[in-house]
Design a binder for this molecule. Sequence first.
Ligand code: BES
Ligand code: ZN
Ligand code: ZN
Length: 464
Amino acid sequence: MVHLWNGQKAEWYLVFAEQKEGENRGKSLELNFEYKTEQPQLVVGLGKREDFTPLIARRAVAKGIKELQKLSASTVVIKTELLQELLDKQGISIAAEAAKLSTFQHENWKSESTEKNLTVYIEGGHQRKAEDLIAEAILLTEAVIFARNLTNEPPNKLYPETLAERFTASGKRSGIKTEVLDEKAMIELGMGSLLAVGQSSGRTPKLIIMSYMGNPSSKEVLAIVGKAVTCDTGGYCLKPGASIPAMRGDMAGGAAAGAVMSTVADMKLAINVVAVIPAVENRISRSSFLPGDVLTSMSGRTIEIGNTDAEGRLILVDAITYAIRKLGATRIIDIATLTGAVVTMLGHTTAGLMTNNDDFYNEFMEAANTAGEQYWKLPSFPEYRKMIESPVADVYNMSHDGCGTITAGLFIESFTEDKPWIHLDIAGTAWTDPPRMEFQSKFGTGAGVTSLYHICKLLAEKGW
Ligand code: BES
Ligand code: ZN
Ligand code: ZN
């Protein structure tokens, strides 16, 4: 639990220190227990001022809270003076968000509970609206935690139909309209690409659409399209057995897209946003699609299948066409655990990004920086487009010549009908074992949620 501090007594103080020239105290992310004051305090280093970033602040808060949890602390006050000096009001938001996330423990299905309860008080200092900042931080981290829990859920519990139920329920709580298209509706719409993957399973595909129209006077609509493969076995291009259990997290993009909607609506942001979430299982069955198949997508464009394990792009493109043609999307962000190649390239702390629009890109990066997430833009040179040409169809679902992450992004771009578009490949950042950042926990990370929220907030503030 996270609250604004009203001067209550607590067991512990969590304080921050920067590292001054020639001093050891304050080294980046180093912990020091100090018992000079009446109350014991844990000092976490923020490093040298010139190297400081908001991400270090998040990590420092989380590291301190996790350490105090290990000591079974029950109450702690986070002193935010230095954070506010460095980050102004964002110092409060970061303290609240990182504290809440670091007390999260992944759900489990063990019969005995292992929960620990820590109450965290945040010093509001001179911020007039500290209470509001904390309330916003709590709503946002609740969405991150919702996305983490969905990502972690096993595939026998979370499949397209139950994912649709989860979002219908969460949407209802926040006053969001949620519509769920079934297989029959997809057939009528000609979604041959989404259906090809979805028909591989007896747990039939769903297209989940959550709409929040927070700015009725604007014609602009942001579509957030999230891949939700609730289990990716690879299909006939079967993955090795050891890679499959973590593929319950192959719906993390969809989890982020759906989860962020509640915060956008609860914060009443003045923006029109739709989350479009194609949810499928990718399995082997007598109705599975095959390498060599040629599919016709909703857009009319045809796709040659080189590999059934490159299924994410297939479900995303029909969802994007639906967003543009049926929901009037004027900008698109797609978010997906799309390629193994991005994990090789950028690891587990940075996600891959592709775009066709520099202004939108700059806005997104500003949002990501506020959110404390790292993204890296990959190039779209013309020769990469040749790698997804097919001799028999409009496009090929894999690359002839490497560059797996870029070519997957360009495949998706070819369905965006020139709308400003950002593609986020979160295959490396959505799942972490062990945690790479102190505010994470093992398995699902909720990647993307905070950046998606902040891009919505930024566009809303610009009156877009
Ligand atoms: N869901 C996987 C990508 C993935 C890999 C996510 C590792 C998280 C961790 C995706 O559907 C996939 O299998 N992609 C293939 C594409 C290839 C066959 C063209 C890949 O990256 O190997
Ligand atoms: Zn796959
Ligand atoms: Zn996949």
